[in-house]
Unconditional design. Structure first.
Ligand code: ADP
Ligand code: MG
Length: 448
């Protein structure tokens, strides 16, 4: 039998792991583990809490098998013992060096909001108007409109921007309200640190005393059942006190691998989707971001780029590249320069022009109606829905003005198109079946 300091296998594993993880991860997750007993058959490890055990197994199960005794099943033969809850005077790490601040103190409190992410810098068009209004509604009446507000959508479409905009608005207009904005990863880290510092109670108190809790990227809570429970309890406590929660995610609640209880909680309020901005909005974003950097992009060129890049984060990358080139070469922006500087970005953008006909065909196939029905005036439920979906997808994929789109749909007005976009946006948030149909139609358009 060996004692802690004599466990060579564990020391060798620590040396190996230390080279492969960050100093903070090492300090938070690995150094608190103590060896209680080490034999040829098994190693007994004392962990401060279940999360450290999970972390070790989730991240190092295979590596551990290289160093530690293994069971017949091939898994590392570890017996875990959760440490007694009595407070320790100071957290020491295995190497006897001074503890990192994160080892003893919970992460700094208060929202860290990006100063540029505000409502007035968020460009709205028909595809993201609904989600922006929902965010503004929540900011104006925290805890009294939709609770929670759940914002989902693809990466780079402005979820974090909207979340921080809510934070700014509340801070500026309701100074007494406590706001906390945090990413899910940082939250998990806080829980771990406070469990180690035995300050979990204070952490819970702190979160439960916030009037507005903004949680970014909840998808990182998947496959972490213990943390999930903590988060769910916090949500329930806050909602019961009419305190506002806003959550962002890359998927709608029902598609996240989270418990039914958690999904139900998240669906309780309003679920809203951030969509790809329409062409005019993309152009406005592009020109605005370029102007902020002292560069004027003529409308013709801005449309040329906007038709070929539709993700906002990529648009920002495009502006950066163009600005750098113009500054170095001291030239004007034109299509040729854009082709040259953005070549690869334009290639990975969706192919050139999608036509309304392509959209109509794709939607007609998925919704099992005729193209002529969609263009016509029939008002049965199925046809009306397919028509609205076609308008919604045309708005996102076809580089035409609202007036022109209205004309393609049998001479309808631009407000009919806008109304259709809003209706479908709301429906897909609440109706999983419809969301899938819309996505299938979108894939067909992209493949056609
Ligand atoms: P997400 O959180 O959805 O991945 P972000 O909020 O980080 O996306 O947005 C990516 C970048 O694009 C940010 O710099 C953000 O300011 C910008 N952005 C996204 N949507 C818009 C918009 N509608 N208007 C202005 N900027 C936007
Ligand atoms: Mg984000």
């Amino acid at each position: 039998m060996q004692t802690c300091t004599e466990s060579e296998v564990w020391s060798r594993f620590l040396e190996y792991a230390e080279e492969r993880c960050s100093a903070t991860a090492y300090a938070n997750w690995l150094s608190p583990i103590r060896v209680l007993e080490s034999t040829e058959e098994e190693i007994a490890l004392e962990v401060p809490n279940i999360f450290v055990q999970e972390y070790l197994l989730d991240n190092y199960a295979q590596d551990l098998a290289l160093f530690l005794p293994i069971r017949e099943s091939g898994e590392p033969a570890i017996r875990f013992v959760i440490a007694e809850a009595e407070p320790r005077p100071m957290v020491r790490n295995e190497r006897g060096t001074a503890p990192l601040p994160s080892e003893v103190e919970p992460v700094r409190r208060g929202p860290t909001l990006n100063p540029h992410y505000r409502f007035d810098t968020f460009f709205e068009g028909s595809t993201n108007q609904f989600v922006k209004s929902a965010a503004m509604g929540v900011a104006r009446r925290p805890g009294r409109s939709y609770n929670p507000l759940f914002i989902y959508g693809e990466v780079g479409l402005g979820k974090t921007h909207l979340l921080h905009s809510i934070g700014h608005y509340v801070q500026e207009n309701y100074r007494k309200l406590g706001v906390q904005c945090i990413t899910t990863e940082a939250f998990i880290n806080e829980v771990v640190v406070s469990l180690r510092g035995k300050s979990i109670h204070e952490l819970k108190e702190y979160y439960r005393s916030r009037e507005v809790l903004l949680i970014d990227d909840i998808q990182f809570l998947q496959n972490r059942p213990n943390f999930e429970e903590e988060v769910c309890n916090t949500f329930e406590a806050l909602i019961n006190q009419n305190k506002q929660i806003v959550i962002t995610s890359d998927k709608p609640p029902g598609q996240l691998k989270l418990s039914e209880r958690m999904v139900a909680r998240m669906e309780w309020g309003l679920v809203a989707c951030v969509n790809l901005p329409d062409l005019e909005t993309r152009v406005a974003i592009l020109q605005h971001k370029a102007e902020a950097r002292g560069l004027k992009i003529p409308s013709r060129v801005a449309f040329y780029i906007g038709e070929r890049i539709n993700n906002v984060r990529q648009l920002e990358g495009a502006v950066n590249r163009i600005c750098a080139h113009c500054r170095i070469l001291n030239v004007e922006v034109n299509e040729e320069l854009v082709e040259r500087t953005l070549g690869d970005m334009l290639q990975c953008a969706p192919r050139d022009r999608v036509t309304v006909e392509q959209v109509l065909k794709a939607v007609a196939t998925i919704f099992q109606v005729r193209v002529s029905d969609i263009k016509g005036t029939g008002r049965t439920k199925e046809i009306a829905l397919a028509r609205q979906v076609a308008m919604y997808l045309a708005r996102q994929h076809v580089a035409e003005s609202l007036q022109m789109l209205g004309a393609f749909f049998g001479g309808r007005t631009h407000s009919t198109i806008i109304h259709a976009c809003r209706t479908i946006e709301q429906k897909v948030s609440a109706n999983e079946m419809l969301r899938r149909q819309v996505e299938m139609a979108r894939r067909n358009i992209e493949a056609s």
